[in-house]
Design a protein around this ligand. Structure first.
Ligand SMILES: C[S@@+](CC[C@H](N)C(=O)[O-])C[C@H]1O[C@@H](n2cnc3c(N)ncnc32)[C@H](O)[C@@H]1O
Length: 318
């Protein structure tokens, strides 16, 4: 939870602003009668909802945030009202899991639900559609070829799909020290992501970012914009920004734990690697880079439809 909160600041530096601007420019006009319908899968503690609300991007919107971890969504419901009040919003809780936030020119309803994305997609298929689907730091954790078509079916024709911070095959630590062993750690860590299984199904891809282009094409989605959004965490003259040393300790610990007992990886050398990396954080000497991509796509519009503003409407019959 603390890590996802720090991650928001690291993401703010990393997000590809060219892709972001394209997203903002492509959003359809919203009105009180026709609010923008957004769904976010794997929403965590609600960082993306905050980012969209902060930028005055959302005027009238409903924001459906789902995640399989109830504790993360509970934190989102705790954080969001506090944050929103600081930003000048008025906040009202409309029922369990539903918040209404408003200030001059902005009315947004946020609903959260703890549910696995597969169950959510199965339940909503043919029932509801959204104008924008967001999955931030999410696609590298699931079986993308199997899941993406169902995610697309949640988006209306002409609607948008935004997948920022999608991991793409590079985990870099500096100083390099023992380059050969560092290379082995990176390779094993990525292999472990590729081989991860949840509920008997594949659930991970260490090269999700680059593979997303082909998966979107196969699902009939046009890519409107794409660019890199690498995390780069380093210490400046005043050390690491905010709480980012904790973030680095957590990443080293996660990798060390994940690779403990991994075949063909020397356990003693792994233990020493972990200790050295933690010590480098303490000395503000560690640089960490993770390569990621942001991708924005659009569902094809139905034939026989035309664009009004950016919202697709049916051609009037003559
Ligand atoms: C790396 S975190 C990113 C969280 C948030 N999007 C952010 O960027 O701060 C991935 C999130 O996806 C959620 N998640 C992973 N697999 C899921 C699934 N099958 N269904 C729903 N949520 C899932 C996790 O619980 C976690 O909150």
């Amino acid at each position: 939870m603390r890590c996802l909160s720090i991650k928001k600041c690291v993401d703010d530096r990393a997000l590809n602003w060219q892709v972001w601007q394209r997203l903002i420019g492509a959003l359809p006009e919203a009105t009180p009668a026709q609010p923008l319908r957004i769904v976010e899968v794997g929403a965590g503690i609600g960082s993306m909802a905050e980012r969209l609300l902060a930028g005055d991007v959302l005027t009238h919107a409903t924001y459906t945030a789902i995640d399989m971890e109830p504790t993360l969504l509970a934190e989102a419901r705790h954080r969001l009202p506090q944050w929103a009040v600081e930003q000048g919003f008025q906040v009202q809780e409309n029922g369990p899991g539903q918040l209404h936030l408003w200030r001059a020119g902005q009315h947004v309803t946020v609903e959260t639900e703890a549910i696995d994305v597969a169950r959510f997609m199965a339940r909503e298929h043919g029932r509801r559609v959204w104008d924008l689907l967001i999955g931030q730091g999410f696609l590298d954790l699931i079986d993308m070829p199997a899941t993406l078509p169902a995610l697309c079916s949640l988006v209306r024709p002409g609607g948008l799909l935004y997948f920022p911070i999608t991991f793409d095959g590079a985990t870099v630590f500096q100083p390099e020290d023992d380059a050969e062993f560092n290379g082995a750690i990176e390779a094993c860590y990525h292999q472990m992501m590729d081989q991860r299984v949840r509920d008997g199904k594949p659930s991970g891809d260490s090269r999700a970012g680059r593979r997303l282009f082909a998966h979107l094409r196969a699902a009939g989605v046009d890519v409107l914009a794409a660019g890199s959004s690498d995390w780069v965490v380093f210490a400046g003259p005043n050390g690491y920004p905010a709480d980012e040393a904790y973030f680095l300790h957590d990443i080293i610990h996660t990798i060390g734990t994940a690779l403990t007992g991994y075949p063909n990886l020397d356990a003693e050398r792994l233990r020493i690697w972990e200790a050295q990396r933690h010590a480098q954080v303490d000395r503000c000497a560690l640089v960490y880079i993770a390569h990621q991509l942001d991708v924005l796509g659009r569902m094809p519009a139905l034939t026989g439809e035309r664009k009004s503003g950016n919202r697709v409407t049916r051609q009037p019959s003559i």
